[in-house]
Design a protein around this ligand. Sequence first.
Ligand code: ENP
Length: 266
Amino acid sequence: KWKGEGTTQNLESIVIGRCYDYIRIVNPAVGEKNCSEIWEAFKNAFINKDPCSILPKDYELYINLSLHTIPPNKSLFWENNHLLVNSFAGRGQRYMPLSDTLFGFFGDLLNWCGQANSIELDYESCPTAEECENNAVESFWRMASITYAQHSSGVIHVLLNGSAVGGAYPEPGYFADYEIPNLQKDKISQIAIWVVDDVEGPDIDSCGTHTVEKLENRLKTLGYDVTCTDNYKSVMLLLCVDYPDDSKCTLSSSAPAAQRGPISSD
Ligand code: ENP
C-alpha cells in the first residue's frame, strides 16, 4: 500500500547482531550495552502506530540507551557519498561518521516501519519521505543526526560530493537542517570541508563556488574557523582504487622520484 520498500527481512536478528558486533569488536570502548533492551526501545518508537506519525522524539529512549562518546576530531559529516564515507571511515578506525556510532550503525542501510493497530512490522511496503516525512526511518535519522551533532567536538570534517547534481551542499538536507544547528560551538575548534568530485564525474561544485560558498559563509557567520579543500588527496587515493588509469589518478610525484637516482655528495 505504500510506495517504499518494506521492512528489511530479519531486521531483529540483523540489528541485535550489529549491536553485539559493535560493542564487542568494532568499538569496545563504548563499554557494556544491553542490546536486547536497545532493540526493544528502537521497536517501541514505531510499532503499533500510524507509520506516518513517528516523530524524532519517539527514539529518545533508544538514543539514551545506545549513546556513547564520539572521540574528538573524529566526526565526519557528509552528503551524497554514503558508500565512500563508509569505506573511508574504516568502521570508526579513521573517522567516526554517524553510521560508525552504535546509534547509527544499528540502522545503516536498513528499512523498517510498523502498522497502526498491529504489533507486526510491515514487510510489504513502507512510506517514502514524499508520502510522509514523519515516517519511522526519516525520524530515526533526524534524531540520530541531532544527537551526533550535539556530541561532536574538536575538528569537524565534512565530506561533500563536488559532482552531485544540484550541488555539494543540499538544502534541505540532514547536514543543513539537523546537524549544523546542533553543533556545540564551544566544543569545536575548526570545521574542515572536503569537496571531492567523482573520478569520472563532472566538476559541478568546488570550494568558494555555488552551494559550497553558501556553506562556508553560513559557518563563518556562525563564528566557526572554516577551511575548505578541493579533491582532498586521501579521499582521491581511495576513489582511484577503481580508476587507476584515469588521468586524475596519476601519482605525479613517484616517477621523478624514481628517476632521480642516488644523491651525490659533490
Ligand atoms: P544518502 O541519501 O546519500 O544515503 C542514504 C543511505 O545512507 C541510506 O541507506 C541510509 O540508511 C544511510 N545512512 C547512513 N547514515 C545516514 C544518515 N545520517 N542519514 C540518513 N541516511 C544515512 O544520505 P542523505 O540522506 O543525504 O544523508 C546524509 C546525512 O547523513 C548527512 O547529513 C551526514 O552528515 C549524515 P537507511 O537506514 O535509511 O537505509 C543522518 C541522516 O551523517
